[in-house]
Design a protein around this ligand. Sequence first.
Ligand SMILES: NC(=O)c1ccc[n+]([C@@H]2O[C@H](COP(=O)([O-])OP(=O)(O)OC[C@H]3O[C@@H](n4cnc5c(N)ncnc54)[C@H](OP(=O)(O)O)[C@@H]3O)[C@@H](O)[C@H]2O)c1
Length: 304
Amino acid sequence: MHAHHIALIGVNSRIGPAILQALLEHPSKPHIVIFLRPTSHPAPTHPRIRTVTIPSDPPTLHDLTSALNEHDIESLVSALSPADRETQITLADACVAAGVYRYIPADYGSMRSDDPYVLDLLPNFRNKKLVREHCQALARKHKSFTWTSLASGHFFDYGLRTELLGINEKENSAMLFDGGKDRFSTSTVKQIGKAVAAIVLDKEEETANQMLLIQSFCVSQLEIIKAMDEVKGRRPVKGVYVESEGFIEEKAAEAKKGDAEAVEELVAVLGIKRSNWTGDKLFANELLGLKEENLRDVVHDVLG
Ligand SMILES: NC(=O)c1ccc[n+]([C@@H]2O[C@H](COP(=O)([O-])OP(=O)(O)OC[C@H]3O[C@@H](n4cnc5c(N)ncnc54)[C@H](OP(=O)(O)O)[C@@H]3O)[C@@H](O)[C@H]2O)c1
């Protein structure tokens, strides 16, 4: 059987390790080339991993194209930060130049990057949209190039350890947006890794040139807190009711003045209020063979 050659850039990001793990665990045993920059932290080692340091930083079209050509790369997965917009555009151009068939730009969004309400509030989501639009334009021009992007909702396990889900696990407190009963789609990083592996290794044709939505489960803040209380068996999380509309207005004003914490709080509330994929035609769990996970089991794994 032909072993696929996949390049991964951004392995040291919050999603990179889970993507690498899922690729390594895939039964087709692909070869993986990790692109690093000269200042990168070391990448994990494995007999099926090769590490390539791209000499230029930010990487040039020439250097990226040479590396893709040299390693016969068929799919390129980006796990870079959305702030690296220009690099992700250059990566798409390099895919075209080197004849790489599939590019996965780094979206993995807490919200959809085509949601006008979100785009108005968050520059990083505008970056994701611009990268996707560049891929769409390239795919129209070059039949040899395709792309897929994924929106996952909040990273659930990362979110439990931070305040992304509106819950501060360490302090046993929570901001319950509009009563905390809204359900939202959210994914573990493992589930996102599996989705990426399925796209490039199992369902390449079916997923070409699409933005897809995935989840581990669709749950409310109150359901998460109940699971946390059960798993931890301690005094219940103390929730404070917060009206989301006023909160978004306040944080948007602070974010506009450059307050990075306000940006994080905006992402947190918007991921809860605007990311329920139920009934959406782009919802792709079934297509990608992803099973829903059990909330309590995941909470137990993360906090237990
Ligand atoms: N849905 C959610 O809840 C959620 C949460 C967080 C992130 N995300 C998404 O996850 C993705 C990654 O974002 P992030 O915030 O985790 O990124 P990040 O922390 O900024 O990590 C990006 C990594 O890329 C590496 N890198 C940067 N430039 C590079 C280059 N030229 N070549 C090779 N590696 C390079 C860096 O590692 P070195 O310094 O070692 O090179 C860095 O650790 C984005 O799509 C983001 O939107 C989603």
